[in-house]
Design a protein around this ligand. Structure first.
Ligand SMILES: NC(=O)c1ccc[n+]([C@@H]2O[C@H](COP(=O)([O-])OP(=O)(O)OC[C@H]3O[C@@H](n4cnc5c(N)ncnc54)[C@H](OP(=O)(O)O)[C@@H]3O)[C@@H](O)[C@H]2O)c1
Length: 272
């Protein structure tokens, strides 16, 4: 899969989403990350269709929501997603949250994978105990676990475990959505100055150098270009180890194991 893609979470307005994905494709992104729960698959599909880019040059990811878990529901959710995305296959299909009947979903996803309708299947927001349980009790190992990963929550232990189990880590929120003042962080600013790059570029480059796939989101074309320009420099081992010091080993958002969050996210039901 491409090391760097484009995320469309919180681009809620259909016109803005379509314009953003069109801009992203125009400036060179070929991997797009969406989800049924983002309510923008149709806009993503429209932008892809209008781009004229051959489908097999693109890497398209979507996710099934909690209310669509279970064998039958997952098959129906897949059909709804590919219809909106205006495609006949997905490159990567993820279980969005580790809640609900994820085992039923996984059996449906294994089937879609075997039939070639989904090139790879994976998970998101799964803690390591849930990952290994899924691996042990099923046939196909998840190709990817998409988890919150950025300088303030580096997921070092999780990444080691996932690498050992051949699961690729994909970062969501590579900039922590700007939380904890990431873009003005003193250390990141000083490293960025040294390489004549921006904090965003240093952050993405750092993630890529530690073997993590990134899918930054922006609605600004100039930033889309900026976020792509991370393959023409290398952060030294010394600077890489300085960034490790920013790790708080804690989510900047919420704990997926918090029962209140399980309730809240499970209470969000997508229309069939
Ligand atoms: N699986 C999950 O549960 C999950 C959860 C969250 C996200 N995701 C995926 O991961 C993707 C990325 O995460 P995210 O969207 O939450 O957050 P993010 O990429 O960490 O941060 C996006 C924020 O950073 C700003 N930004 C982007 N590039 C910038 C730059 N070069 N300079 C300054 N500011 C910049 C954006 O502002 P502007 O748009 O105004 O430029 C936006 O406010 C999502 O879009 C989604 O596809 C998955």
């Amino acid at each position: 899969m491409p090391l760097l893609g484009f995320g469309v979470y919180q681009i809620d307005d259909a016109k803005e989403c379509e314009r953003s994905v069109s801009d992203a494709l125009e400036v060179g992104y070929r991997s797009i990350d969406t989800a049924a729960a983002y309510n923008n698959e149709l806009a993503v599909g429209n932008a892809i269709k209008n781009s004229g880019i051959p489908r097999n040059d693109l890497f398209l990811t979507t996710k099934i929501w909690v209310s669509d878990t279970g064998y039958e529901r997952t098959l129906r959710a897949f059909e709804r997603s590919i219809k909106k995305l205006q495609t006949d296959y997905l490159d990567l299909f993820l279980i969005h949250q580790p809640y609900g009947d994820v085992y039923g979903s996984w059996r449906a996803m294994e089937e879609l994978n075997r039939k070639g309708m989904v090139k790879a299947i994976g998970i998101s927001n799964f803690q390591t105990d849930r990952v290994i349980d899924l691996i042990i009790h099923n046939t196909i190992t998840p190709a990817v676990n998409q988890i919150e990963t950025h300088p303030f929550n580096q997921q070092i232990e999780a990444q080691k475990f996932l690498q050992e189990n051949k699961v690729q880590v994909e970062s969501w929120g590579p900039f922590a959505e700007g939380r904890n003042n990431l873009f003005t962080n003193e250390l990141l600013v000083s490293i960025a100055k040294k390489y004549d790059k921006s904090v965003a570029q240093v952050t993405l480059r750092w993630l890529i150098q530690i073997g993590i796939v990134v899918i930054p989101k922006t609605v600004h074309k100039q930033r889309m270009i900026e976020n792509l320009l991370v393959f023409d420099f290398e952060i030294s081992p010394e600077d890489m180890s300085k960034i490790v010091r920013l790790d708080t080993k804690t989510s900047s958002f919420f704990d997926h194991r918090d029962p209140e969050m399980v309730k809240r996210l499970s209470g969000y039901v997508l229309p069939e």
